[in-house]
Each structure stands twice: as structure tokens, then as C-alpha cells.
Design a binder for this molecule. Structure first.
Ligand code: IVH
Length: 678
């Protein structure tokens, strides 16, 4: 009897946990808090501990299993995993489209599917029917050489958006057999990449170059524990039979079926029937790229009909029926002319490569960060080397590898990391466990210069005209010794600087005056406290409401703010413990800055309203919609209740829509939301 209830409860818990994992990891739309999820998981773990005979391999507790013993076994692919030919321009894409139409024969109606080209690593997953009719994940294979892959099943199992099993009923609904293979891309979301890199830096390790390398390295570690800690996602894009044959007649059907079976399928996909619409999709994708949350490097265009795919066939290593339109390259090769060390506003010493200028993705790049001394060692970089430089999103360009071939001979000179601060000659120190050296001199001129530049920059106090040239002169002439001194400048002081006339001086003074009205979170961000970025500053300002409250908050108080952990709270605490910094705040107050949080509530149009998002909206991603609502003062919640003001429903809206109808919560679409946002 006891046994039966335990069995029932275990089943119930598994189902609930799977459902919430699906909402969280596949739909990005959690309905319960992390704490509640942990509670369910703990209950399941303890029941399974009491009844080990009831543990099944597809239980959510079994994602992290034993280590693969030695290396990864090699397994042949059911059908080769090919790469794609690239089109680098509209011209080349047009040629491809023409070829497809020609080969297809006259009068053939052609429908394409456009998908994002995810910048990760491809993976094949095999599912097999078990006794209960469900499909169970049996094998996860990397691409390998395209013909033979590596069995990384233990690691793939830790990816939460990969279902370990799919119940028979769900398969039936999705029109998917229980024996099948799914192919797709493993990617590391940018947020996870940044977080993992921060942790690496905190441990004194060199940061990984980009999310793709990090994801690839992660999938191939022999420590499933590590894989489980880093968030990876799997996006499905092909469904095959176990023998490697197509399962559906259309690519668009395959994608819909995979989504219905519970896989994460990129919502940004479109069936398209004209060349113009392909170009339109590409343009939108390129714009969308910067705000996506994961990296894409192009668009894949596939002939939708599998029958036509077969007729078109393959050339060497790539299908004729698909092509990758690559976005403008964001990497380039150039030579390292020198390595210099910069001192940042926190005193951190960063080695920077001085490059022969090279055009990358439309921008001339002449410097690239090398992060720290370890990174130079890791790259094995010598001055004079040819290197590959990458520029991702809006991040600072970085050197990713040293190139060596007959056209690119190695450099000769080894770089010596300085033993003293290159700006002020003070001692530099490296704290145990950290990768960075820091200048110990709190009054190092470089630190002040960088602080001023940060304070004035566009994302912070936005003081236009206060760039490097002006700041350098202000410092040289000792007109400014702290941020607060900016507010003591007058016209005659500015006119004493080179290349500043009356007009410029007045406009700069106006800008400085204007900055006094900046919101508290901007001022806080502008102070340049370690780890306090834009978002943390916003959260702190919202939570505490005034600079004084933040200044006198205990570390414990600070940590009550979402996203503030011990590292951040300690940095804030240390910052305000310094007399000099308290004085700075005092001087800013005297200068007339706003040191209380602005009540933006009255002016915001969605104040007091709570929204729940469900389904795929036609234009906005979920993150974008959320950001817009919050910026207008509204709240976004994960679940529908009587307190919900509106449910915003898109395509494939799920149970939340039913709940909205049930509770008579008004349902609106994206257009209406945009109207409300004005
Ligand atoms: S289709 C034979 N679809 O791009 C068809 N590939 O350059 C090949 N990729 O190896 C794959 N997103 O790793 C396809 N939506 C997508 C993709 C995609 C990213 C990767 C994949 C492939 C490489 C080809």
C-alpha cells in the first residue's frame, strides 16, 4: 500500500517537474518560482532515495549520471551530417534560387523555409520506443567528421530543453513515431556565457572566446556535472527516421511536429514562396540579431518539400536544397603591432593589442582586448603575430587565435607584463585567485581619467563633449581632481583649454548642468563601483529609493535585491566605506544632483498593470515584450490569476489562454499591446 502511494506520488512529481522544465527551458515562460521548483525536485529526490527500485532513467533527477569512462565512443551517423554552402551576398543567393528553380523544372511551385542560423554545434539525438510506448532518449551524437560522431549522451542529458522521454499521447498528437532521430543545434545563451565567463575570471581563468567555443568545449567535457551547471539549449531543426530518412513531406511540418513533441524549435521561422520575402526575412533577422539572447550568424534557407529535396540532391559535402546566407563577417585577420597595458577605473590592468587597422563588419578595428596576462600565455601571442580578431554584438573586439602559415609568419618579440603601474609607477598586485593585476594607488591618474570618461559616457550621465581630449586636458591642468569637480567648472576654465571656443565651452557647461537631472540609477552606475552595472544600479535605485539608503545599507540588506550576491554587495560596501567616496557623494549632493529615485510612476502608461505573455507574438520576442512593458511601468508575471490585468496572446498560446478565459481576464494581441505602449 505504502509502496503504491510512493509510486503514484513519484509519477505525479515527475510529471509536474517535466511540465515546469518545459515551461522554463523550452518556452521561456515559467509559472512557478525557482524555490518552488527546487522543493518539488527535493521531494522527488528524497522519495527516490527511499525507493531506489522506482528510479527510472528518464526521471528529472537522472539528468546528471555517471561520467563517460574514457573519452567518447564513436558511432556512425544514420545519414551524413553535412554542412551548408554559403551565400555571402544577395547576388549569390539569387543564383542559388535560380538554380533550384531550374533543377526543379518548369512550373514547379517552390516553397522555402527560412530559419535562423544558430551559431553553435550540431547534434543528433536518437529516441527509441520503450514498453510504455513513450520515446526515450538513447543517444546524443556530435557531428564529428560528418560520418561518425561522438557519443556525448551523458552530457546531452543534462540539457534541460532536451526531453529525456516523450509520452505516447504527446507523440501521437505531434504525429511523431516513437523511434526517430532529431537533429539540431546546441547553443549557449549569451547570459549563460557571460555568467560562466565571469565565474572563470573570478577563479583566475582566462575567459572563453565566444559562446560557440564554450558550448563545444562544454559538450565534450568528461564531467557531466559541469555541463549541468552551464546552461545550454538545444534547438531542433530536422526529424528523421532511425535509418536517416525524412519523416515528413515538408520541412515546415517537421518543425511544427518537433515543437508539438516538446522540443525547443526556434519560433523565428517562416514558410516563404518568393525571393523578395527571403531578403525581407534576412533583413529582419539581421536587425533582430543584436537583441536575441543567443548568437546567430546568418539565415538558413531550405526547400520545404522533402520530395524536391531528394530530387535536388547533394554536391560533395552540402545539399543543393539548402543554403546559408551569412551575415557580414564579424571577424578579420590582422597583425599585432604592439601590446600596451591600460589601467581601468577600478585599477585593473588590461593588456590591449594594438593592431594594423582592419575592417570588421563595417567598423575599423585597431585595438583588441587581451583580457589579462594569462590570456596572452594561452594564446601564445608574440608581438608581430598575425591574429584572428572577432567582434561579437556590441562587445569590444578580441583576439581569438594566432594564425600561422606561410603567408602569416610568427612574430618574434615576447611581451613582458609590467611590474609597476604603467601610468603612475605604483606597485601592482594580483589577489590570490584572480586573473587581474591592479594598481594599488587609489589616486592613479589613469583611474581618475577612466572614471571621468565612464561617468560622462552615453550610457551613463550622457555628457556630450566630455571625451578623451577634454578629460586629458582637465586632468593635466589639474582643473578636475574628482568627478564632483566637473560641477565646479566655469566658462573661463574651459576656455583655457586647447581647441575650445566659447560655443563649445557653453554647450559643454549646458551638458554638465543637464546631467544634474539624471536619475539616481545613472548616478549610481556613474560612480564606477565594481560589479555595479547598469541593471544592478537600476535594481538598487528602485529598491532603496535614495543614495543615502544604499550608502547605509548592510551587505545583508543589499543582497535582498534580486541579482545582488555576496560579491556585488561586498564591492558596494567596500566602496562606500572609503571616506573619499562618501565625500564624492556629498559633493555631488551639494552640486545639486538627484540622489533620490525619480518617481517615474505617474508618467508611465502601464503603471499598476500586470501582464502575462503566452504564445509566439508576430514581431516581439518574449524578452522584448517584457522589457517594453516594464519600461512603461507594468509588470510581467508568469502565471494568470485574478490579479492579472491582461493576457497577451500570440500564436500557439497554451494553457494560460484557457486560464484567462476561465478567470475572465481580458486577452489582447501584440498590436493592442503596442497601442497601449503608445
Ligand atoms: S541545416 C544539411 N539549419 O550550420 C543541412 N543548420 O553550416 C545542414 N546550423 O552544420 C544543417 N542553424 O551546425 C541547419 N537552422 C539551421 C541551422 C544550421 C545552424 C548549423 C549546423 C550546420 C551548419 C552548416
Amino acid at each position: 500500500m505504502v509502496q503504491k502511494t510512493a509510486r503514484e506520488r513519484i509519477e505525479e512529481l515527475r510529471e509536474t517537474i517535466r511540465h515546469h522544465e518545459y515551461l522554463y527551458y523550452v518556452l521561456d515562460s515559467p509559472e512557478i518560482s525557482d524555490a518552488d521548483y527546487d522543493k518539488l525536485m527535493r521531494e522527488l529526490q528524497s522519495l527516490e532515495k527511499e525507493h531506489p527500485e522506482l528510479i527510472t532513467s528518464d526521471s528529472p533527477t537522472q539528468r546528471v549520471g555517471g561520467k563517460p569512462k574514457e573519452g567518447f565512443a564513436k558511432v556512425p551517423h544514420s545519414r551524413p551530417m553535412l554542412s551548408l554552402d554559403n551565400a555571402m551576398s544577395e547576388e549569390e543567393l539569387r543564383d542559388w534560387d535560380r538554380r533550384v528553380r531550374q533543377l526543379a523544372g518548369p512550373g514547379q511551385q517552390i516553397s522555402y523555409v527560412c530559419e535562423y542560423k544558430l551559431d553553435g554545434l550540431s547534434m543528433a539525438l536518437r529516441y527509441q520506443q520503450s514498453e510504455d510506448g513513450a520515446a526515450h532518449l538513447k543517444l546524443g551524437l556530435t557531428r564529428g567528421d560528418g560520418l561518425i560522431g561522438e557519443d556525448v549522451t551523458t552530457n546531452v542529458r543534462t540539457i534541460r530543453s532536451v526531453p529525456l522521454s516523450i509520452p505516447a499521447a504527446k507523440l501521437m498528437k505531434a504525429k511523431l513515431p516513437a523511434d526517430f532521430e532529431v537533429r539540431g543545434e546546441v547553443v549557449m545563451p549569451l547570459a549563460a556565457f557571460e555568467k560562466a565567463n565571469e565565474e572563470r575570471e573570478a577563479q583566475g581563468l582566462a575567459p572563453a572566446a565566444n559562446p560557440r567555443n564554450f558550448a563545444a568545449g562544454t559538450i565534450r567535457t568528461l564531467e557531466p556535472n559541469i555541463v549541468a551547471q552551464r546552461r545550454l539549449d538545444f534547438y531542433a531543426y530536422f526529424a528523421l527516421t532511425p535509418a536517416g530518412e525524412d519523416l515528413f513531406q515538408e520541412q515546415s511540418q517537421a518543425l511544427d511536429a518537433l515543437a508539438a513533441a516538446g522540443f525547443r524549435v526556434n519560433p523565428h521561422r517562416e514558410a516563404i514562396d518568393s525571393f523578395e520575402k527571403i531578403m525581407d526575412f534576412i533583413q529582419r533577422a539581421e536587425q533582430h540579431r543584436a537583441t536575441l539572447g543567443y548568437e546567430i550568424d546568418g539565415v538558413v534557407i531550405k526547400v520545404s518539400s522533402t520530395e524536391l529535396q531528394q530530387r535536388l540532391g547533394y554536391t560533395g559535402r552540402a545539399p543543393r536544397w539548402a543554403i546559408a546566407y551569412k551575415f557580414t563577417a564579424r571577424a578579420g585577420i590582422t597583425q599585432v603591432e604592439d601590446i600596451r597595458v591600460q589601467v581601468g577605473r577600478t585599477g585593473k590592468l588590461t593588456p590591449v593589442a594594438v593592431l594594423t587597422p582592419v575592417l570588421i563588419g563595417g567598423t575599423t578595428v585597431s585595438r583588441a582586448t587581451l583580457h589579462n596576462a594569462d590570456e596572452i600565455d594561452r594564446l601564445g601571442l608574440l608581438i608581430g603575430d598575425w591574429v584572428r580578431v572577432e567582434r561579437g554584438g556590441d562587445v569590444i573586439p578580441k583576439v581569438v587565435e594566432v594564425i600561422e602559415d606561410k603567408d602569416h609568419p610568427r612574430g618574434k618579440r615576447k611581451f613582458q607584463f609590467p611590474s609597476l603601474c604603467p601610468e603612475c609607477g605604483s606597485e601592482i598586485v594580483r589577489t590570490e585567485g584572480e586573473a587581474d593585476y591592479r594598481c594599488v594607488n587609489a589616486d592613479c591618474p589613469a583611474r581618475l581619467r577612466e572614471s571621468l570618461l565612464h561617468y560622462a559616457s552615453r550610457g551613463v550621465m550622457n555628457i556630450e563633449g566630455l571625451g578623451e581630449a577634454v578629460v586629458n586636458q582637465l586632468l593635466e591642468r589639474k582643473l578636475v581632481r574628482s568627478i564632483a569637480d566637473l560641477y565646479k567648472l566655469d566658462e573661463s576654465a574651459l576656455l583655457s583649454l586647447d581647441r575650445i571656443g566659447e560655443k563649445t565651452a557653453r554647450s559643454l557647461l549646458r551638458e554638465i548642468e543637464q546631467s544634474k537631472k539624471a536619475r539616481l540609477d545613472r548616478v549610481l552606475y556613474g560612480l564606477g563601483i565594481r560589479f555595479v552595472g547598469e541593471r544592478t544600479a537600476q535594481l538598487l535605485a528602485e529598491e532603496f529609493g535614495s543614495m543615502d539608503a544604499i550608502l547605509s545599507a548592510s551587505q545583508e540588506d543589499l543582497e535582498r535585491v534580486n541579482e545582488v550576491g555576496p560579491k556585488v554587495s561586498q564591492a558596494i560596501h567596500e566602496f562606500f566605506r572609503e571616506e573619499k567616496n562618501r565625500e564624492l557623494v556629498e559633493h555631488l549632493r551639494q552640486a545639486g544632483l538627484t540622489l533620490t529615485a525619480e518617481k517615474r510612476k505617474k508618467t508611465s502608461q502601464l503603471e499598476g498593470l500586470t501582464f502575462v505573455l503566452t504564445g509566439t507574438l508576430p514581431h516581439l520576442t518574449r524578452e522584448e515584450a517584457k522589457a517594453k512593458i516594464e519600461a512603461a511601468g507594468g509588470r510581467v508575471s508568469g502565471s494568470v490569476s485574478k490579479k492579472t490585468s491582461y493576457v497577451v496572446a500570440g500564436e500557439d498560446a497554451g494553457s494560460k489562454l484557457d486560464k484567462a478565459h476561465e478567470l475572465k481576464v481580458p486577452v489582447i494581441d501584440e498590436l493592442k499591446l503596442l497601442e497601449m505602449l503608445g
